[in-house]
Ligand binder design. Structure first.
Ligand SMILES: NC(=O)c1ccc[n+]([C@@H]2O[C@H](COP(=O)([O-])OP(=O)(O)OC[C@H]3O[C@@H](n4cnc5c(N)ncnc54)[C@H](OP(=O)(O)O)[C@@H]3O)[C@@H](O)[C@H]2O)c1
Length: 322
């Protein structure tokens, strides 16, 4: 079968199309014939070497895939064979025609949902729902969503008002991304390509304050948001570091303003995200979440897909189709 093999850490060119043996499922595993494979921002970090790969290259790359179960291993319900599902791998192996994954990562795909739409929201939707559950918004609160045009930020922007946000302020980079954030439901917009973007908040907020910050940018700008937050009630949910570093906020910064910061990463967090995958897919069939797909490329153009994501130009998900 054709697969995309990561030959070593580096630029997109380390992702190379090769013929490899079809996987056979071990105990507790399934194999699916993949129909849609999402290309994910965290994967670009893994490929570049910013984070260690869970398996030594050369290895088939990729986190997630959507398709039809073709084989099951020992201790797995054979009734899964023929079902349309989404799977999450152990951190490698999804950029391929056939994908082996743990059976307990299987999420059934509703009949009226295409493989592409399921792949587009599997991670972004489930992370956004878990963030919104953690946020426990009251119905009258003002939220700031960073990098709101794509991925998790886009799903947050679409879902926030169904989960208790009254007003959504969104950041994005440049006019096209800002227009996309507006289309997804943002009330107010800030261009985060300006490094001094938090200074725009007082003018936008007027007498209001930020009750919740969904922080995916991190770095030094996070501290600059604190004076715009609601004393004694404001909370930061820190789930990414697009700037290259997590939010640079100290306990002292929070203490004297009565604010809180919750870390939204790590194994316990990811278990909650996994539990939200089925709900994320049902948010699409209910119409609450509309998948945003920018590009679908043939599997052998995985390197091109990574270049596209790193260019920051896509206005939605980038998918591979075997
Ligand atoms: N904790 C979790 O469970 C979890 C799960 C998934 C992802 N994440 C993290 O969440 C963040 C977003 O991931 P995603 O999958 O939703 O990404 P994504 O939206 O698919 O792509 C990244 C977006 O971030 C913006 N961006 C890229 N580099 C940036 C920079 N240096 N400064 C500011 N913005 C930048 C770009 O938008 P603009 O062009 O508008 O700047 C780009 O569209 C990442 O840090 C990722 O690692 C966390």
């Amino acid at each position: 079968m054709q697969a995309i093999v990561m030959t070593g850490a580096g630029g997109p060119e380390v992702l190379v199309a090769r013929e490899v043996p079809e996987p056979t499922p071990g105990a507790g595993e399934v194999v699916i014939r993949a129909e849609a494979i999402p290309v994910l921002f965290p994967e670009t970090l893994l490929r570049s070497g910013a984070f260690p790969m869970p398996a030594e290259p050369p290895v088939t790359f990729g986190f997630e895939a959507v398709g039809t179960v073709t084989a099951t291993g020992a201790d797995v319900d054979t009734g899964l064979i023929g079902q349309r599902v989404a799977v999450t791998t152990l951190g490698y192996g999804s950029y391929a025609e056939y994908v082996c994954a743990p059976a307990d990562s299987v999420t059934p795909v509703p009949d009226d949902l295409s493989a592409a739409d399921a792949a587009a929201v599997l991670m972004s939707g489930s992370v956004a729902l878990t963030l919104l559950d953690t946020a426990a918004l009251t119905g009258s609160e003002t939220v700031l969503i960073e990098a709101a045009a794509t991925g998790v930020g886009a799903a947050l922007t679409q879902l926030a008002k169904t989960r208790g946000a009254a007003r959504v302020i969104a950041t994005a980079g440049g006019p096209a991304k800002l227009a996309q954030a507006r289309k997804l439901g943002a009330d107010d917009l800030i261009d985060h390509n300006d490094p001094d973007w938090p200074s725009r908040l007082p003018e936008i907020l007027g007498d209001a304050t930020l009750d919740l910050v969904f922080d995916s940018i991190g770095g030094p700008t996070a501290a600059a948001l604190l004076d715009a937050m609601t004393p004694l009630r404001g909370r930061v949910l820190s789930y990414g570091f697009l700037s290259g570093a997590p939010a640079q906020i100290t306990a002292t910064d929070l203490l004297f303003r009565g604010l809180s910061l919750t870390g939204c990463a790590g194994p316990h967090w990811l278990a909650r995200v996994a539990a939200a995958r089925a709900t994320a897919l049902h948010q699409v069939t209910s119409g609450a979440l509309v998948p945003q797909i920018d590009t679908i490329l043939p599997l052998d153009q995985a390197a091109e897909a990574h270049r596209a994501l790193e260019s920051r130009t896509p206005l939605g998900a980038v998918l591979l189709r075997p």
